[in-house]
Write a protein that binds this ligand. Structure first.
Ligand code: TMP
Length: 206
């Protein structure tokens, strides 16, 4: 049987990494075969592209370049890593995916939806994740959490709060349009509740 692609995505600072760790522990405890990966990145080429995308010294990168780089990393990711795993029956857990491009480049940067759809289609064909878990959080709270980690902000985080608000709306709109393949979790809840909801979503899929 073909594996499934489950994505964890959402607002910066919403606890994605912690939730992903719990998902991995959960699947391991059930002896379910899976790989975990991330976007941008997940392959050697993709990780190089990630360095460019997140590098603060490229503050003059235009939105079209940004869109094409995310799509380029995605094309490599799907062909080199994700589809081969799924075809072997191995599940894939990805930290972000195409939903982030719709949220950040379309809703956030304001690029036209037809162009963003075309780039996602170019990278993915008609393939889409089986389920995308969106951790939803007010970006003001999210950025505060990111800052409190003391890691500094990357190029995609050094933006105005309105950009992040628009991106958040982008996730909520996608979830409204495709309820069968998006689950929104309120990330203001206790971590315990967020993890519980995320694992329940995973159990329904896998
Ligand atoms: P992260 O590893 O902290 O999630 O960083 C990735 C950043 O890139 C994050 O700010 C979201 C952003 N992003 C996009 O803008 N578009 C995309 O398609 C992806 C995958 C991520």
């Amino acid at each position: 049987m073909r594996g499934k692609l489950i994505v964890c995505d959402g607002s910066n600072g919403a606890g994605k990494s912690t939730v992903l760790e719990h998902i991995k522990d959960h699947l391991n405890s059930k002896n379910i075969e899976f790989i975990s990966t991330r976007e941008p990145g997940g392959t050697e080429v993709g990780e190089k592209i990630r360095e460019i995308l997140l590098d603060k010294s490229y503050s003059n990168m235009c939105s079209t370049t940004e869109l094409m780089l995310f799509a380029a990393a995605r094309a490599q990711h799907i062909h080199e890593k994700i589809l081969p795993a799924l075809e072997k029956g191995i599940h894939v857990i990805s930290d972000r995916f195409e939903s982030a491009t719709v949220s950040f480049q379309q809703y956030g940067r304001g690029l036209p939806s037809q162009i963003v759809d075309q780039l996602n289609d170019l990278a993915l064909g008609d393939f889409r994740p089986d389920m995308t878990i969106v951790l939803d959080l007010d970006p003001v709270v999210g950025l505060e959490r990111v800052r409190s980690r003391g890691e500094g902000l990357d190029r995609m985080e050094e933006v105005d709060i309105e950009f992040l608000e628009r991106a958040r709306q982008g996730y909520l709109e996608q979830a409204k349009s495709y309820p069968e393949r998006f689950t929104v979790i309120d990330a203001t809840q206790s971590l315990e509740n967020v993890v519980e909801e995320a694992l329940a979503t995973i159990d329904k899929q896998i």
